[in-house]
Design a protein around this ligand. Structure first.
Ligand code: SAM
Ligand code: SF4
Length: 331
């Protein structure tokens, strides 16, 4: 390996999230407005460019890549990208994975496994078909459940991500734990983050996960686990069932001191922090100077990675902490 990527605070960057498209077939109410404007195709990185940037990161010691979006499985050529990046598995890369809404997963599950993917995160905020329509606005639950079954049948480990939404799905948390337990899926809860303008005020739906934990602790034994992935999740084991639950709490707990990641948007903008505006443009550099120019750009990015984010979810805040949507930065 060439020099590892170490930032100005001594944190080693070993994990990169690559957004492969800003487009999505859903319009989840907490994520984007119904009339979300998507970017012109010419602005989006080609499959070759995504491969070149992913490869440049792997050459600098990044051992985990996650493809996300928007919805990665609506991106044309996605499987080709997975196959291309998959050549680094066992050769610097230890994990290639993706986060998906699951709507197209049934079609892709076998191909993903064949290309070396072993785990997928599937976002599922409810098990109720009507609520699913309310939350996703353009989505249907049946193909997602089929996709999850197909992923399991293909040999992929599934982790369900559930955004905890006050007054919307908080009464389903126990049911989701039971469903994941019965199907052998991992489960992680996420707090809503103030990213990009949407129609409603996110504070109305903000459910602190401390509260969820406290409610669960009333009738389960939660055993905190040391297991960390360098990311924002903290894990507990439910003693009664042995299940592992994750909690992603950017608002109630700060996790920046152990941050090991950066994010690339579908247009090739590298964000060194999900919650800050500073960025580095890699697309035009790559288009004008070729892949060799990426290496020194990554050094510059390391010097500029900030210490942390300053999210607050506040009723009086006039604007979200960050103007771009999660679908843009790559959740
Ligand atoms: N479309 C794919 C999906 O939904 O899994 C991948 C992209 S999506 C932006 C990634 C994750 O971000 C999903 O689990 C989604 O629920 C979550 N998400 C989107 N907007 C969010 C927000 N404002 N706060 C917290 N999580 C958010
Ligand atoms: Fe699409 Fe994922 Fe955002 Fe939902 S959370 S609108 S599925 S990008």
């Amino acid at each position: 390996m060439q020099r590892p990527l170490i930032d100005g605070f001594g944190r080693r960057i070993s994990y990169v999230r690559l957004s492969v498209t800003d487009r999505c077939d859903f319009r989840c109410a907490y994520c984007m407005p119904v009339d979300m404007a998507f970017l012109p195709k010419r602005d989006i990185l080609t499959i070759e460019e995504l491969d070149a940037i992913g490869t440049a990161f792997v050459a600098r010691g990044v051992n985990r890549l996650r493809l996300t979006g928007g919805e990665p499985l609506v991106r044309r050529g996605l499987l080709e990208l997975v196959q291309r990046l998959g050549r680094h598995l066992g050769n610097g890369l230890t994990e290639l994975t993706l986060t998906t809404n699951g709507s197209q997963l049934a079609r892709f599950a076998d191909g993903l496994f064949a290309a070396g993917v072993r785990r997928v995160n599937v976002s599922l905020d409810t098990l109720d078909a009507n609520r699913f329509r309310t939350i996703t606005r353009t989505g249907e639950i049946a193909p997602v459940l089929d996709g999850i079954s197909a992923a399991k049948a293909a040999g992929l480990r599934v982790k369900i991500n559930m955004v905890a939404l006050k007054g919307l799905n908080e009464d389903e948390i126990e049911a989701m734990i039971a469903w994941c337990g019965a199907h052998g899926h991992d489960l992680t809860f996420i707090e809503t983050m103030p990213l990009g303008l949407i129609e409603e005020d996110r504070t109305d739906r903000y459910l602190p996960l401390d509260l969820v934990r406290a409610r669960l602790a009333a009738h389960w034994t939660l055993q905190p686990l040391e297991q960390r992935t360098g990311g924002p999740a903290r894990y507990v084991r439910l003693r009664e069932t042995g299940q592992t639950l994750g909690f992603i709490t950017p608002l109630t707990h700060n996790f920046c001191e152990s941050c090991n990641r950066v994010r690339l948007t579908a247009t090739g903008t590298l964000y060194m922090c999900l919650g800050q505006e500073d960025r580095l443009e890699l697309r035009d550099l790559l288009r004008t100077q070729g892949p060799a120019a990426l290496d020194s750009a990554l050094d510059i990015a390391m010097q500029r990675k900030p210490k942390g984010h300053d999210f607050v979810i506040e009723r009086r805040a006039a604007a979200p902490a960050v103007g771009r949507h999660m679908s843009m930065t790559g959740g």
